[in-house]
Design a protein around this ligand. Sequence first.
Ligand SMILES: NC(=O)C1=CN([C@@H]2O[C@H](COP(=O)(O)OP(=O)(O)OC[C@H]3O[C@@H](n4cnc5c(N)ncnc54)[C@H](OP(=O)(O)O)[C@@H]3O)[C@@H](O)[C@H]2O)C=CC1
Ligand SMILES: CC(=O)[C@@H](O)[C@H](O)COP(=O)(O)O
Ligand SMILES: [Mn+2]
Length: 384
Amino acid sequence: MKKICLLGATGSIGTSTLDVIKNNSDKFQLVAMSFGKNIEKAQKIIEDFSPKYVSVQTEELAETLKNKYPQIDVFYGNEGLNQLVQTDYNLLLNAVMGSVGLIPTMTAIELGRDIAIANKETLVVAGDFIMPAAKKAGVNLLPVDSEHSAIFQVLQGVKETDLRDITITASGGSFRDKKRSELVGVSVGDALNHPNWSMGAKITIDSATMVNKGLEVIEAHHLFQVDYDDINVIMHRESVVHSLITLKDGAMYAELGASDMRQPIQFALTYPDHIPLVNEKEFSLAKLATIHFEEVNYERFPMLALAFKVGRLGGSFPAVFNAANEVAVAAFLQEKIEFLDIEKIIEKAVGNHVEVNDLSLEKLIFIDSETRNKVENWISDKNF
Ligand SMILES: NC(=O)C1=CN([C@@H]2O[C@H](COP(=O)(O)OP(=O)(O)OC[C@H]3O[C@@H](n4cnc5c(N)ncnc54)[C@H](OP(=O)(O)O)[C@@H]3O)[C@@H](O)[C@H]2O)C=CC1
Ligand SMILES: CC(=O)[C@@H](O)[C@H](O)COP(=O)(O)O
Ligand SMILES: [Mn+2]
């Protein structure tokens, strides 16, 4: 029995993970879980899965849980996430949203726990520290993000020296058929309407700005230790080819399938085995008949170009890009700023940033928090 600690249990990835756990209850047990504020959903999960440890975002919600479930050890806040990952389990599935996932990931690595990582922001902010720490500790970092899982799946059995490059597919998100001039005044509701995937709000907005693809490029650079020159992005509106690799002789290996995050999640839990997926979605190439590929228009999607730039600059630049995006997206979701302001804010934050010398994890955490404060002030002063 593999004991699972799940960060972000009430979210989109969390829900799909719980489905995989429930459908394979002979193999997996949920022993620890975190959530933010969705107490109704969390209580249902607690009653269905009986975890021993729970972490929640606020002290007040923690008190509610302690009173209702005295048998559970309850933690709270960012420190609570870090305490949760120090409990007794075999595999951490990190599906919390945002760079709040960084410290618990590092703690789990230091404890030698394998990690299935959906929380791409952590790798973007601190991949230069996470990857060597995981290697040193002998920890498996198993990708959950669909593109990275696809690359990981097709890389199985491929010699590192045979790889030429990787290609990440991009749907283009909810506004892919709009020109930039048509993005003025678009609504939150329309932005949340992803053409292919049902996901949490933040990543769905990231998909519409293509910040998501930018984060994924940086994530891939770290996970697969591939140079930015060897990472391609291609528009693929159906999201059927989840991503691909090209070998030195020109052979391309792709992973295809339905838009169902349970497949990459389950593979991360059962790695290196592929087991049947309960209630697998129907997927027929014949019914699909045609799929499309197109070059990326970097003028239409400037955030992808900026992500390559900050990735190549390295150091603290990706952390600034990520923090500015997290705050800007939250403000857009609360209708405090317009959709196109997200780009302006990220450009300003990156443009103002001066590289920090002798970078450490602590300095990165400070830069993340400093950038958030600055961007929050710009938004409240309407100065960006
Ligand atoms: N959804 C998807 O298909 C994919 C997601 N990912 C990545 O996985 C991660 C999760 O995405 P997704 O599931 O869509 O996101 P959701 O918004 O659906 O879920 C986020 C989860 O994190 C919790 N949470 C949010 N903020 C905090 C906080 N400050 N402290 C503690 N808990 C918090 C939420 O709690 P609550 O809701 O209770 O407040 C919820 O459980 C992201 O990094 C995303 O980029 C990657 C590939 C695909
Ligand atoms: C399911 C998943 O992994 C998301 O990151 C998804 O890939 C979003 O796709 P686009 O960013 O290409 O719209
Ligand atoms: Mn993805």
